[in-house]
Design a binder for this molecule. Structure first.
Ligand code: AMP
Length: 409
């Protein structure tokens, strides 16, 4: 599949070429024709799959080829809501890059900074607004932004919006949008709560699923340690003694858990930090910079904090706690083995987590072999089939070759 086959107009194709993209990623190939045709979309995809271009390219094209429905100067025609300012910034940069030959105007608004420059940009008039919910509501409350001309609405990372408690804000904003509109709804997972939200926002959507590809999962060497819960931290310290572990991402279920693990590692002389939603923006960025520059070897994160982070060359992913949703396991271990390089994923499984392990094994269709030289072996009986509830159907893994996915993958 080539971009030329997607019926994109010349200014968009030129921008795509300027970016050096060779071929559409699977989500782009699947989503772009439907978005161009005006359909609503329910996209199950995480950051890194090329999902921003999957919505930005056809939106730019629709706005370019169709004259505005309203003739007023200050009509915002597309609204994109994102949970964080970083993502808002990235999405804004993408619209700037992909829209450079279209003449369309966009701006990005988010909290934590002076609102005046944002209000001025809105006053000058934009076609596309990328915003985080809190600041948008603030500006709406001051009558500085009007959404009655919105033709296309994008909700990006809906699951993260949910994790961060933004759903009431999102619902308030969506309540002010015209009912006649196109809605593109994206989420890395589509659990029951997300599906309820989606149902209220999209009409007869096309569904597009792009989970990490099976090749990603296969390229990762996966091991499991059966360990008693109180022994997990000590086991992690012992395993991290291996110098082959050059850069490790450790996932915990809770924010406090992340702090406790990072603290324990620190006391054991292992350079590490934690990132999670309770940390300030600055603290998270510093930790990430340290990790990327090699100043710390271990980053302990919750799923929410790690989502959307572009962390390259992680040699090992540790599942300190197994995730409650099996597909989260696939997302986590996809962090290693990027760009076709093999990586290692090590999971700790305590007695209560056996059932979670079983669900993961069912999803990835292989059993994880327990490690023989477990220094802290405990007797954890294997799960019995009767313990296991039926799992959800296996998500569709990526369909294209690995090389067709995002450049940073
Ligand atoms: P996203 O999932 O939107 O965050 O995109 C992930 C990365 O993939 C970004 O750095 C994009 O610039 C890049 N990307 C998006 N589409 C393509 C493509 N078709 N070919 C190569 N890289 C792409």
């Amino acid at each position: 599949m080539q971009f030329e086959e997607l019926q994109l107009i010349d200014p968009i194709l030129r921008a795509v070429r300027d970016e050096g993209y060779m071929a559409p990623t699977p989500i782009q190939a699947q989503a772009i024709p439907h978005v161009l045709a005006g359909r609503d979309l329910l996209g199950c995809a995480q950051t890194g799959t090329g999902k921003t271009a999957a919505f930005a390219l056809p939106i730019l094209q629709r706005l370019t080829v169709a004259p505005p429905a309203h003739h007023a100067h200050h009509v915002i025609r597309t609204l994109v809501l994102t949970p964080t300012r970083e993502l808002a910034g990235q999405v804004g940069d993408s619209f700037a890059a992909y829209g450079r030959h279209t003449g369309l105007r966009h701006t990005v608004i988010f909290g934590g900074v002076n609102q005046n420059p944002q209000a001025q940009a809105l006053h000058r008039g934009v076609d596309i607004l990328v915003a985080t919910p809190g600041r948008l509501l603030d500006l709406m409350g001051q009558n500085l932004v009007k959404l009655r001309g919105v033709e296309i609405f994008v909700l990006d990372e809906a699951d993260r919006m949910l994790d961060m408690g933004f759903i009431p804000d999102v619902r308030r904003i969506v309540g002010t949008l015209p009912r006649e509109r196109q809605t593109l709804f994206f989420s890395a997972t589509l659990g029951p709560e997300i599906m309820r939200l989606a149902k209220d926002m999209v009409r007869d959507p096309v569904r597009v699923d792009v989970a990490p590809s099976a090749t990603t999962v296969e390229a990762v060497e996966q091991r499991v340690y059966f360990v008693e819960k109180p022994d997990k931290r000590e086991l992690l310290v012992r395993l991290l003694a291996d110098p082959a572990i050059s850069r490790a991402l450790v996932f915990t279920r809770t924010k406090h858990g992340a702090d406790r693990v990072a603290h324990h590692l620190h006391r054991a002389g292992i350079r590490s930090q934690s990132i999670h939603g309770n940390k300030s923006q600055g603290a998270r960025e510093r930790a990430l910079d340290h990790f990327k520059s090699g100043g710390i070897r271990v980053l302990v994160a919750t799923d929410v904090a790690a989502r959307g982070l572009d962390i390259e060359s992680v040699s090992h992913v540790f599942n300190f706690d197994l995730p409650a949703e099996p597909d989260v396991y696939v997302h986590r271990i996809g962090r290693t083995a990027r760009a076709g390089a093999g990586g290692v994923a090590i999971s700790f499984c305590d007695l209560e987590e056996r059932i979670l392990l079983h669900a993961i094994e069912k999803l990835i269709r292989k059993n994880l072999a327990p490690v023989d030289d477990n220094p802290l072996r405990s007797y954890i009986p294997p799960p019995r089939p009767t313990d296991v509830e039926p799992t959800r159907p296996r998500p569709q893994f990526g369909r294209g070759p690995q090389s067709a996915r995002g450049r940073r993958l």
